[in-house]
Design a protein around this ligand. Structure first.
Ligand code: TYD
Ligand code: MG
Length: 454
């Protein structure tokens, strides 16, 4: 009689899809080398939240009969963090903060926690640093948090036990990847452990109205380890990002049930911890002594406020069969498309030129309002003609060579005027009915008209 063979299962650590056979690429999300072996008995162990939901079970009821209690928010002491959260931390909400190791997640939360603990009792659960290390850091940052308590533990059941006894209003878990639940046998940090641990914590938070802040590390590829399995469980997902050698850090909301997404908050890492930058427009624009070719200032709008950023282009003769198109902080395909529009509608060909484009300060701009800035920066570099240093631009470029309006034109112009810019090139449809006396605005209908600036 043959021995009963144990069933094997392979799980993708990016998207948690399971496969009976190992493969180099995940068939679900396309990630490479992401399948790890799991014992089937562990992998298929039913999560109690599958039958219960994270918010528990209740009777059917009419929408109107549910009292809509307006959310109570508390301030983190950082107005930048409060804004990204949608106006402060909502009591009972679950927030996931992701970022590369060493970016400053623990520092940010410790500083925020010190502010919260003035209003609410807090518990900092640490699985990575010892309480001594955290207390040393708090002392170095000059934080006084009398009601903040520390707890070094990684087993979820014990954490829930303690939290149930201590009854803090805010709990920080640093980090979710270090936790494990005794219900599963896989190693801490594996998808099933991260998911199950988070599920238990979220369930507890929703049941008791405790606010929960989860720290999650990001993999090399820039995704939270087991990202999709956590993002749907929580109310808010924030990413803390920044260049390694740049002291500026950006906190971005990618999901928020209590506020706007794509909202960004800007911080600077100093020797006294994180300091907020309340006027970020000034740091992403390098004011040159003299106007330089290939540099254009644009007004982007990330989340709920306008932000001035500098788009730089370098156009250089190419000796390769395929000229290079490199975009940093912008969409590469969009750059290729815009170069085709310029060729077709402005008669300027760049098929024998390498084109490099970059947004200063590590900012990422995803909106189409950057189109006009990309085109003008490229042409300015190609012709070696600087643009006036008091000029700002924004606008979407269509495939027919037309300029399309973008949202919140007036607000963008106001921000530019506020920072001392005097001239603007914008789509005609963005011209307000009430005239703008803030700046000398030149409205454009077609991309070709923009060339008169050179
Ligand atoms: P940390 O919060 O430990 O990062 P994470 O929790 O995201 O892994 O931040 C650590 C980095 O921040 C470390 O490289 C040192 C730097 N730092 C300062 O520059 N100044 C400070 O006051 C503190 C506390 C940290
Ligand atoms: Mg940390």
């Amino acid at each position: 009689m043959s021995a009963k063979r144990e069933k094997r299962l392979y799980r993708c650590h990016e998207c948690a899809a399971t496969f009976p056979k190992w493969g180099g690429q995940c068939g679900e999300c396309g990630a490479w080398n992401s399948l790890v072996e799991e014992r089937a008995s562990v992998a298929t162990e039913p999560s109690r939240f599958r039958s219960q939901g994270y918010a528990g079970v209740s009777e059917v009821c009419a929408l109107e009969s549910v009292a809509a209690v307006s959310e109570i928010r508390s301030s983190s002491g950082f107005s930048e963090l409060d804004r990204v959260l949608g106006g402060g931390l909502v009591l009972g909400s679950v927030v996931l903060i992701g970022g590369d190791p060493g970016i400053g997640k623990s520092t940010l939360l410790l500083q925020a926690m010190a502010a919260f603990s003035g209003q609410l009792p807090g518990l900092y659960v640490t699985g990575e640093e010892s309480p001594q290390q955290i207390s040393l850091r708090a002392a170095r940052l000059g934080l006084t948090a009398d009601s903040l308590r520390l707890y070094a533990e990684t087993q979820v059941e014990r954490i829930l036990d303690t939290v149930g006894k201590e009854k803090p209003a805010v709990v920080i878990i640093d980090s979710i990847q270090t936790l494990y639940t005794s219900a599963l046998q896989s190693a801490p940090g594996s998808v099933s452990q991260v998911r199950e641990s988070a599920a238990q914590l979220v369930h507890f938070a929703k049941k008791t109205g405790t606010s929960l802040l989860l720290v999650g590390h990001v993999t090399k590829e820039g995704a939270l380890a087991g990202p999709r399995v956590l993002e749907h469980m929580v109310d808010t997902v924030l990413y803390f990002e920044g260049d390694g050698d740049n002291r500026y850090r950006m906190l971005r909301a990618v999901k928020n049930r209590y506020g706007a997404v794509n909202e960004i908050g800007v911080f600077a890492m100093t020797d006294k911890g994180l300091r907020e930058v309340s006027n970020p427009s000034s740091i992403f624009v390098s004011r040159h002594e003299e106007p330089v070719a290939g540099s254009v200032i644009m007004v982007t709008r990330e989340g709920s406020r306008p932000l001035l950023v500098e788009v730089q282009a370098l156009v250089a003769e190419s000796h390769a069969a395929n000229p290079r198109r490199v975009a940093v902080g912008l969409d590469q395909n969009r750059l290729a498309m815009l170069l085709a529009v310029v060729q077709r509608h402005c008669g300027v060909a760049m098929y024998d030129q390498d084109v490099f484009i970059n947004v200063v300060g590590g900012v990422r701009v995803s909106e189409t309002a950057a189109d006009l800035a990309i085109v003008l920066a490229t042409l300015s570099s190609l012709r070696d003609r600087p643009l006036p240093s008091d000029l700002v631009v924004f606008g979407e470029v269509g495939l027919a060579g037309e300029l399309r309006p973008v949202q919140n034109g007036q607000e963008r112009l106001r921000e530019a005027a506020h920072l001392g810019f005097r001239r603007a090139l914008i789509p005609r449809a963005n011209m307000a009915r009430q005239s703008t006396d803030l700046l000398d605005v030149q409205p454009l209908q077609r991309l070709q008209e923009a060339l008169s600036i050179f």
